[in-house]
Design a binder for this molecule. Sequence first.
Ligand SMILES: Cc1ncc(COP(=O)(O)O)c(C=O)c1O
Length: 385
Amino acid sequence: MKKLYADNAATSLPKPPQVIEATCNFLKEIGCNPGRGGYRLGLEASRMVFRARELLASFFNVDRAERVVFTSNVTHSLNILLKGLLEPGDHVVTSSMEHNAVTRPLARLGKEWKIRVTTVPCAKDGTLDPADLRKALQRETKLVVLTHASNVTGTILPVAEIGELCASRGIYFAIDAAQTAGIIPLDFNALQLDFLAFTGHKGLLGPPGTGGLCLSERGGRALKSLMEGGTGSQSHLAQQPEELPDKLECGTLNTAGIAGLAAGVQFINEKGGPAYFQAQEGRLLSAFLDGLREIKGITTYGPGEQQKQAATVSINIEGWDAGELSYILDQEYGIMTRSGLHCAPDAHKTIGTFPKGTLRFSFGAFNTMKDIEAILEALRQLKTL
Ligand SMILES: Cc1ncc(COP(=O)(O)O)c(C=O)c1O
């Protein structure tokens, strides 16, 4: 049976051959620890990390390469941000469409550090009205943190308007770009961001265990370190160095993963940048949404419009449990999807699918129109069972 992967919101598959080659090549040909030994291969490892940092800074339009910090994933990046920036008594504004990577650290900080959190309710299709967010701002609001696109419905949040608003009030602004980095063009400066948290293994097409946090000048200064340890720099100091990226990056980096991530970003650039994938995945999304509309008994969540969402679609079929559907699609048709709550219970409460959840299809760089047709045909057949 042919395998059809439609779970790119979890991780992108397949990876471009260049990503696999670069990851393996680093281990085979270099493999040394960057910033540690002064021998030639050690310096080669440092150069690779430096070039990857520069590539990502240019990709997201961050002014200085050292303001891109490598992490293990976006969850790690968000923890560095939230626990490094917030202090007891601070107020934070977020949305009701967030992933647990935002809501769980905030829940802990709320309990233990008495951080006050206002969650702005989104509409049933996941959209956020900037006027509602504006009303939630208080004098003590230190940070607004929002997902750029929901991993449940694909709904894109109005980050440009919110960036403008936060900048006018001097409030730090952060986005969780897990679902958009590599797929929707992101300009750190134009969006007036202080923090852009990204993961390497989804739209950026890199290996798992990679990610990063981009910082504005004031954001970089404001953050305290989440962890302390060896950086290969200023080893005589008892304290963590204050300079970036070392302040926020300690312990041995995932060098093989970073080499693969850089190859993923290069692959995207060679294709014409994220706009190329946005258009390609947008065509698949439109065709899928049109096809779903023609099948009776299917409820589709989210805006249902190509311009307003990433290529992620949540559905339910009358009379079916989403988990059962996902199982049958895999077993009978080789179609891989994800069912349930997708680590985003608040988003499901917002769209009215908590606690049962939905069946989610998410398309990526290597899906084709044939895949869309095959999925729609499978759904038509399931409807007649
Ligand atoms: C919006 C969002 N935030 C955070 C995450 C967590 O990503 P990672 O597991 O790479 O840290 C995901 C992944 O599903 C996501 O979709």
